[in-house]
Ligand binder design. Structure first.
Ligand SMILES: [Zn+2]
Ligand SMILES: [Zn+2]
Length: 261
């Protein structure tokens, strides 16, 4: 009898240990979660798109200057890289620049002059077509169309290419190659499409996590900040940090699965 009680006590204690470790992990940064208690790495609410059949419409205003169609569409690279996630429903079925968008299943892409230093930005519209504000503190909004604006200035993209190795944060390269410029613009576009899929900038933390690929360390004036390798990082690859990646990383993969199943 005593033995049974002891066994039960041990199993209860084990459950407690497991529960405690789960709580510890959830309090760390970068866990992909839709838990209301935990501000994760993605937005909740709907995005107006049929997630298994997303169409991207490239308005002609966004294919001037350095941003040719190749920036937006090259099979599987980079934007369709969001499709190649196993066990995930997300599917971008069409990217086109002819005709006009016929429904809210289209993510609309326009050319723009954005504020200094910004290559791309996403806007969200409600059913009536009015802009709605969505930020990290307003995560529950439904939107009906994502609209991506891409900076069309050649000068802007040229200046984004820095001298030296990626991440050097040095001066602009006076003669960047076309390939470098395209690569830079593709990275921005891939990031903005990530937002259209309701992914946020990664949650950062002041302590390391136990998740692989999630402990890139940046030193700021308030102390160290840890964050994952991700195409959703801010700062812009390869201007300042070499760890802002141009392609989908494990964090992004996990996050997309967590958000859309
Ligand atoms: Zn962003
Ligand atoms: Zn993550």
């Amino acid at each position: 009898m005593r033995k049974k009680v002891l066994k039960r006590l041990i199993s209860v204690l084990l459950v407690c240990v497991i529960a405690v470790s789960t709580v510890t992990i959830q309090s760390e940064a970068h866990i992909e979660s839709e838990s209301p208690a935990f501000p994760g790495n993605n937005w909740r609410g709907s995005n107006g798109h049929t997630i298994t059949d997303i169409k991207i419409y490239i308005n002609s205003s966004s294919i001037t200057g350095p941003l040719i169609m190749d920036i937006y569409y090259r099979p599987m690279i980079p934007v369709l890289g969001w499709n190649a996630v196993s066990n995930c429903q997300v599917n971008i079925s069409e990217i086109k620049n002819t005709g006009s968008p016929t429904s809210y299943d289209w993510v609309l892409v326009r050319g723009a002059q954005l504020e200094s230093g910004v290559g791309g930005r996403i806007y969200h519209r409600n059913m009536s077509g009015n802009l709605i504000t969505i930020d990290e503190t307003n995560r529950d909004s439904n939107w009906y169309r994502a609209e991506i604006h891409m900076t069309t200035s050649m000068d802007f993209w040229q200046k984004k290419i820095k001298v030296g190795k990626p991440g050097s944060g040095g001066p602009s390269d006076p003669s960047p190659t076309d390939a470098q410029i395209k690569d830079r613009a593709r990275t921005v576009f891939m990031h903005e499409v990530g937002h259209a899929l309701k992914l946020c900038h990664p949650v950062t933390g002041s302590t390391p996590t136990s998740t692989a690929g999630h402990n890139i360390r940046r030193t700021t004036y308030t102390g160290p900040v840890y964050y994952p390798y991700s195409v959703m990082n801010t700062g812009g690859y390869p201007d300042q940090y070499e760890d802002i990646r141009a392609s989908r990383q494990e964090h992004d993969t996990q996050n997309l699965r967590a958000r859309w199943g």
